[in-house]
Ligand binder design. Structure first.
Ligand SMILES: [Zn+2]
Length: 84
């Protein structure tokens, strides 16, 4: 049997349907970061002049978080529950 270290419960939990107004993939990614990294990313998210959605999504993917550009835009526009 092939080695599989993926926890099926974690995998399912990570892929449940996200209802509008709930914590988005960006919020999930932020919650998984160490505080120092998270602080820097949050500053960048608020800095629309310096960072485009595509660039920030690329940064998060580089850090290992599966996020999309549209999720970044929704998060910045506060279309999710992470930023109240
Ligand atoms: Zn969000």
């Amino acid at each position: 049997m092939a080695k599989n270290t993926t926890n099926i419960d974690d995998l399912l939990k990570a892929n449940t349907r996200r209802t509008p107004g709930s914590t988005c993939t960006i919020g999930v990614a932020l919650a998984a970061m160490d505080p120092a990294t998270r602080a820097k990313i949050e500053v960048a998210i608020d800095d629309r002049a310096r960072f485009a959605n595509t660039g920030l999504a690329a940064v998060l993917r580089e850090l290992g978080h599966d996020v999309g550009t549209s999720s970044m835009e929704r998060h910045r526009a506060k279309g999710c529950k992470c930023r109240t």
